[in-house]
Ligand binder design. Structure first.
Ligand code: C5P
Length: 438
């Protein structure tokens, strides 16, 4: 997927700069060519020589180097790339990018480009949560800059929390995702008027700005003992794509996800949980919100009593597992008190037959407003695949959508949700006492 792609990697000065070396290696293994630019402070952490030897290319460090400019000017360097990646991105470079500063080679390249930019922040947790950093991130997101990470964890400075740079392979996955995705709208250059030398830029539609939305995604893992669990085949691709699509329209999205093999979508607050009961609490803790989209494949049952130690083979009889029913997150949110109930509650229904009829029943049974019903029958390729065939079932009608990518389903659903709020945010009939199970 990265074969022949040209990546311009901007390395700024943080302890995570050493991970940029592995990132270069991983990208080149996948067939991408990598040119690098480094800030002065990055040179304190890794040497331009190491970066040049791993990338096999000269490293851009000095804005005023005459030889570099003669070989390839900074404008060409930034335009020659297919994607610009800033990893690690310190609070300082984010601030400079958000202000449009171009006071060294790295920021000049970032400002001169007309190509998509992906940023992997890395900084101390207090710098990350500082209102100034969060403000800068908000500005950059509005400009269409994509983010991967940061992850939660222990940091080099000994503190714990968000701020650790995403791992090189997570960044690679985010880069691959960038190439699989249509160009952000801000980069779709409008045809310049005759005689004009500069292209004007279309603004990103931010019609969900100010809306708080929770999305659940992925499977849940229900522990049997400390090493074993019950799980299902959900990949989380659809839920994650919905979270990203809502964030792209300006919503403040919290993605509550079970264990998946996907990077956290950029621009979204991601909460990682394991079991259904953790997902339930993570969602309820965040109410009230404007909307909830329950796309997770939550396990219906858990093991009633989790063994505190690994179960051992003993005697002839295998152990029997007694199951208990998990809380139904969708139903609980849809039927919670009016103060906490979101204006719009969207559930999913995966069916192998009578898809629409079953979804209509589920809508009533769960007390939700919309159901996205999808085909998961044999040969549908829905589980783990990149495409989906869905129907949007509402109380007042059904929309049949053609087969499309999960990203397109997500974008269309986000559009409908934005339409719902711009039309006043009323669902009409709301079921107060829902039945037990669809
Ligand atoms: O009942 P069923 O599992 O078919 O319902 C699917 C819908 O309900 C999905 O939206 C899923 O996310 C949600 N659900 C839930 N909590 C459960 C079971 C399902 O939120 N325990």
């Amino acid at each position: 997927m990265l074969k022949g792609k040209r990546i311009l990697l901007v390395i700024s000065g943080g302890i995570a700069a050493y991970k940029a070396l592995e990132l270069i290696r991983r990208l080149r293994e996948r067939g991408a060519s990598v040119r690098c630019a480094m800030t002065k402070s990055a040179e304190q952490f890794v040497t331009p020589l190491s970066v040049a030897s791993l990338s096999g290319e000269k490293v851009a460090t000095d804005l005023f180097s005459l030889t570099d400019e003669a070989e390839m000017g900074h404008i060409e360097l930034s335009r020659d790339a297919d994607l610009l990646v800033v990893a690690p991105a310190t609070a300082n470079i984010l601030a400079r990018m958000a202000s449009g500063l171009a006071d060294d080679m790295a920021t000049t390249l970032l400002l001169a480009t007309d190509k998509p930019i992906l940023v992997a922040p890395a900084m101390n947790v207090r710098m990350w949560v500082h209102p100034a950093t969060q403000r800068n991130i908000g500005i950059l997101k509005q400009d269409g800059v994509a983010f991967v990470g940061p992850n939660d964890g222990e940091m080099a400075c000994g503190e714990f929390g968000p701020g650790r740079m995403a791992e090189p392979l997570e960044i690679v996955a985010a880069i691959e995702e960038q190439f699989g995705r249509p160009q952000p709208k801000h980069l779709t250059l409008v045809q310049p008027a005759a005689g004009s030398r500069t292209a004007s830029v279309a603004p990103l539609q931010q019609d969900l700005k100010g809306r708080r939305i929770i999305v659940t995604s992925g499977p849940t893992h229900e522990p049997i003992d400390p090493v074993r669990y019950i799980a299902n085949r959900s990949s989380g691709k659809q839920g994650h794509a919905i979270a990203a699509a809502l964030a792209a329209r300006g919503a403040e999205v919290t993605l509550v996800t079970g264990p998946v093999n996907l990077p956290d979508p950029s621009g979204v607050t991601t909460v990682h949980v394991e079991a259904a009961r953790d997902m339930f609490s993570a969602c309820f803790l965040r109410l009230p919100v404007d909307a909830v989209v329950c796309a997770a494949a939550v396990a219906d049952w858990r093991v009633a009593v989790e063994a505190p130690q690994k179960l051992k083979k003993s005697g002839d009889e295998p152990p029997s597992l007694r199951l208990a029913e998990n809380p139904d997150i969708l139903r609980a949110i849809a039927t919670t008190d009016a103060k906490r109930r979101p204006a719009l509650v969207v559930g999913f229904a995966a069916e192998t037959e009578h898809v629409v009829a079953y979804a209509q029943k589920k809508l009533v049974a769960k007390g939700c407003d919309w159901i996205v019903a999808n085909h998961v029958g044999e040969g549908s390729g829905t589980f783990g695949g990149d495409e989906n065939t869905v129907h949007l079932v509402r109380r007042d009608g059904v929309e049949d959508w053609p087969r499309m990518s999960k990203a397109d389903v997500a974008a269309r659903l986000a559009e409908r949700i934005a339409g719902f709020f711009s039309a006043g945010g009323k669902t009409g009939a709301r079921v107060k006492s829902a039945g037990k199970k669809a």
